[in-house]
Ligand binder design. Sequence first.
Ligand SMILES: Nc1ncnc2c1ncn2[C@@H]1O[C@H](COP(=O)(O)OP(=O)(O)OP(=O)(O)O)[C@@H](O)[C@H]1O
Ligand SMILES: [Mg+2]
Length: 243
Amino acid sequence: MATLTFSNISMRFPDGTEALSDVSFGVSRGEFVTIVGPSGCGKSTLLKIAAGLLDATAGSVDVDRNGIGYVFQDATLMPWRTVRRNVELLAELHGVDKDERQRLASEAIDLVGLSGFENHYPKSLSGGMKMRASLARTLTMKPPVFLFDEPFGAVDEITRERLNEETLRLFEAEKFAGLFITHSISEAVFLSTKVYVMSARPGRLVASFDVPFGYPRSPEIRFDPRFAELSGEISHALRGAHS
Ligand SMILES: Nc1ncnc2c1ncn2[C@@H]1O[C@H](COP(=O)(O)OP(=O)(O)OP(=O)(O)O)[C@@H](O)[C@H]1O
Ligand SMILES: [Mg+2]
């Protein structure tokens, strides 16, 4: 059994909007699965169902809800807390004692490259730095299942590439079960073991691609001909999914 398993998930909102139709797949530890699909096809809805924030109309999710880390599209930091205190927040809410949560926070801040900014407030951070802080906050919980909802959609291309490289390093270190949502095909290929294409609403999985690169992964794979070839195939499937 995978760490996170969706079985025949369908979702219809009370207003009649059909968001998902019969979605089934699993993500095991050491797998990094990315979903790409047209805007409004039900990707965020699927993550919310995984996290227990929404109940599916049909089908079931099998996952240990205590072990889920969720990185939202916006960094959702508390403006009155410093970077360190924001990163400590989840551990604090889980009752981890002060010494241990400070240790976890320092380790996570170091991993995401924010050392030296511990005492800064969110308002003095760039968008990319805020996302790093948000990632670090989730990392302190060492979640076996990591859900990412378009975390890097709002940063420039170079910053996004750097954040992708950091995400890769986190994955290589922690080997969580990763489920990632993005509109960027290159980001999907760069990070993942597998990429699914979702159809327009109601979202269904219409294509699946195995990524032929192992881990640890070098940034250089972006220049590998297989990278371009796979990106082209996914782009083609995605164009089909829009119609
Ligand atoms: N609470 C809700 N009530 C009714 N409809 C909803 C609700 N939440 C989402 N929807 C609808 O369900 C569909 C899927 O929404 P969702 O946010 O999952 O899309 P998405 O694939 O994440 O899109 P994007 O790529 O733009 O983030 C959309 O048509 C949206 O309007
Ligand atoms: Mg969304």
